[in-house]
Ligand binder design. Structure first.
Ligand code: COA
Length: 327
């Protein structure tokens, strides 16, 4: 049994923060941010990851014409849960009343939605599930260091969701995922928990204070990784589907940087009209990036039944993935 996307939804929080608003607080400028990244503004969440995820999910279920009770699984891709446990997926289950769903979170950073879709496809393919809700949701504003101008200007908050269901024709054709843990340090955010020692014996962590997180990125290394790896993984997914770039209507790529998108387009010889961008108003939404873009093009009426789409992501881990699907 193949799987396909029956409905999409997204949620972007109300609070809008422009580059000029950042420049009023730190040594940066609209000109620097726009010319280096293409980002003009981002939205920051007052409500948190689980609430944004639940709202995107409600909209996706409505678009699919499905009720929450029909969901077999809920998968949430996120690196910004409010709690270590329970999972965001369980919080979404409660918010939706999706009583029979099995729920868990998965962590693959900005590639997370692709990993979730591939997992949903496998469950449906093997008959373990019929309807899977896949969500990418992030409150990156909770994670970034607002004193580090080299990273905090890049990210935003939001959530996107897709209802994946069994289909008799079309749907997901191929998916290719990859990871390289040896390059994990090039984009890393520690929990503040040490990998060494025994806190109880060493008397640390006794004051009950939360351990500080710290996000560190080698921007140039990540840039090079993205422009090299994303075209490669897209070519691999297309080859497995036995189609070429000309057969693809839209390439929905992780929205990290407009220059990365342009470079990928050039490398694949794909015109930029086929590579939609929304990062100017969202910033980098990590795992929420691809599903929010998918929902935006869907609601804008840019997807016709039978269209071939490529979805692709890359991010910390390092992780990457591409998927070919028929709408
Ligand atoms: N405002 C103004 N100046 C800034 C700045 C900011 N927000 N952030 C950094 N700078 C400064 C740096 O301090 C540096 O100054 P110096 O030359 O005096 O040391 C200068 O700008 C150039 O920094 P550099 O890192 O060389 O810029 P860049 O052209 O590589 O662009 C990124 C930086 C982060 C925009 C770019 O590397 C990038 O987008 N990489 C990919 C990141 C990404 O996509 N991450 C998410 C992956 S999912």
């Amino acid at each position: 049994m193949r799987s396909g996307i029956a409905g999409t939804g997204s949620y972007i929080p109300e609070c809008r923060v422009t580059n000029d608003m950042l420049a009023a607080r730190m040594d940066t400028s609209d000109e620097w941010i726009v010319s280096r990244t293409g980002i003009r503004e981002r939205h920051l969440s007052a409500e948190g990851t689980a609430a944004m995820a639940a709202e995107a999910a409600r909209r996706a279920l409505e678009d699919a014409g499905m009720t929450a009770e029909e969901l077999d699984w809920i998968l949430v891709a996120t690196v910004t849960p409010e709690c270590f446990f329970p999972s965001v997926a369980c919080q979404v289950q409660e918010a939706l009343g999706a009583k029979k769903a099995v729920c868990y979170d998965l962590s693959a950073a900005c590639s997370g939605f692709l990993f979730g879709l591939q997992t949903a496809d496998a469950y449906i393919h093997t008959g373990m599930a019929r309807n899977v809700l896949v969500i990418g949701a992030e409150a990156m504003s909770r994670l970034v260091d607002w004193k580090d101008r080299s990273t905090c200007v890049l990210f935003g908050d939001g959530a996107g969701a897709a209802v994946v269901t069994a289909v008799s024709a079309g749907g997901i054709r191929t998916g290719v995922l990859g990871c390289d843990g040896s390059r994990g340090d090039s984009l890393i955010c520690s929990t503040g928990h040490s990998a060494d020692g025994i806190p109880f014996l060493e008397g640390t962590g006794e004051d009950g204070e939360a351990a500080p997180t710290s996000l560190a990125m080698d921007g140039r290394e990540i840039f090079q990784f993205a422009v090299r790896t994303v075209p490669e993984v897209i070519r691999e997914a297309l080859a497995q589907a036995e189609i070429s770039t000309e057969d693809v209507s839209l390439f929905l790529l992780h929205q990290a940087n407009a220059r990365i998108l342009t470079s990928i387009g050039r490398s694949l010889h794909v015109p930029m009209e086929k590579i939609p961008e929304n990062l100017a108003h969202t910033g980098n939404l990590a795992a929420a990036s691809v599903p929010v873009l998918l929902d935006e093009v869907n609601r804008a009426g840019r997807l016709q039944r039978g269209d071939t789409l490529v979805l692709a992501g890359f991010g910390a881990g390092l992780t990457w993935g591409a998927m070919v699907l028929e709408w």
